[in-house]
Ligand binder design. Structure first.
Ligand SMILES: [Zn+2]
Length: 318
């Protein structure tokens, strides 16, 4: 399967609502873009990779001239078996990309006129799954702060541990973790922090050679007053407070621990692109990653715990 690089595609993506309406006015417009993103413009058979295909079922499916196999435009992606037109999916991608803080399932249901909350909820989760990948490509550096936060109901039993790594005024990485022992912190650091980065943490005993390896490390124990003066891990503290506000504000705190990592991924995706000019680039990136993702069933979305991908994974429902 050949895919065109996202660089070409995002240049072509509309940046305003008016441009969007004009560019994706019809289902055919959206299909053409989808085919470009998924197959570089020339669709091929999912079974034999032949490019001798023609469209059937009103353009939603290709039939292979060589082996007769039928490939739906959306099969093998999170949009598999969708009964809604691509145009609607594009609209939602545009909505979530233009809003700096994203959108709740409730608001999406209202805006798109979906019959059920569950539909809106599952669409957002599918799109969240497309907001991951590229962040993991380049480890953080050269100055990285590491901290952790408890997220969840005030004083309730459902506080969840989130590990935070932040470049000074730069990118962030967030991981929902079961604990903050040295082994867990080591996985997080090895996946996310450059081997030559200089790391600053608070005095937590888990940070040391066992977790941070040979990285230069400064453990800053500060009093409240000192922190007010000059917080050594301010980027982490800002990230944590904005994250909490976002979960409470946009999502009304209604995030199940099972799904917390997906929200952390969305938060990091948005944060790390906050300086990107134009929503076109963000929306194009989401579609580019959507065509490359595995299908997600409703049952899997609801039942499975999506653990942070840097830690050992539990079995997911097929
Ligand atoms: Zn074929």
């Amino acid at each position: 399967m050949t895919r065109r690089s996202g660089d070409d595609l995002w240049r072509d993506f509309p940046k305003t609502a008016t441009e969007f309406e004009a560019r994706f006015a019809t289902e055919e417009d959206c299909r053409a873009y989808w085919i470009k993103a998924r197959w570089g413009g020339t669709p091929s058979c999912a079974r034999c990779e032949s490019e001798r295909v023609w469209t059937i079922r009103a353009g939603t499916t290709f039939e292979c001239a060589d082996c007769g196999h039928q490939t739906s435009l959306t099969s093998g992606t999170p949009l598999e078996k969708t009964r809604k037109p691509l145009k609607m999916w594009f609209r939602v991608v545009f909505e979530i990309s233009t809003r700096r803080t994203g959108i709740s399932a409730k608001d999406l249901q209202r805006i798109m006129g979906f019959g059920s909350y569950k539909t809106a909820w599952s669409w957002l989760h599918k799109l969240r799954a497309a907001m991951v990948r590229s962040d993991a490509s380049e480890p953080l550096g050269p100055f990285v702060q590491v901290d952790e936060a408890l997220i969840g109901g005030k004083g309730g039993p459902n506080k969840e541990l989130v590990l935070v790594a932040a470049e000074t005024s730069g990118r962030v990485r967030l991981a929902h973790a079961e604990n903050n022992d040295a082994a867990t912190l080591k996985r997080f650091a090895d996946a996310q922090i450059a081997p030559d980065a200089r790391v600053v943490t608070d005095g937590h005993a888990g940070y040391g050679g066992k977790s941070l390896g040979k990285r230069s490390h400064e453990a800053k124990v500060q009093t409240k007053a000192e922190r007010r003066e000059s917080d050594a891990i301010q980027s982490c503290h800002w990230t944590i407070s904005l994250l909490k506000r976002w979960l409470l504000g946009t999502h009304a705190g209604a995030v199940h621990p099972k799904h917390l990592q997906s929200y952390l991924d969305e938060y990091a995706f948005r944060h790390n692109r906050r300086k990107t000019n134009g929503v076109g680039r963000i929306a194009a990136r989401v579609i580019e990653q959507l065509v490359a993702r595995q299908p997600l069933t409703m049952r899997s979305l609801i039942d499975d715990t999506r653990r942070c991908r840097w830690f050992p994974q539990p079995e997911l429902t097929a």
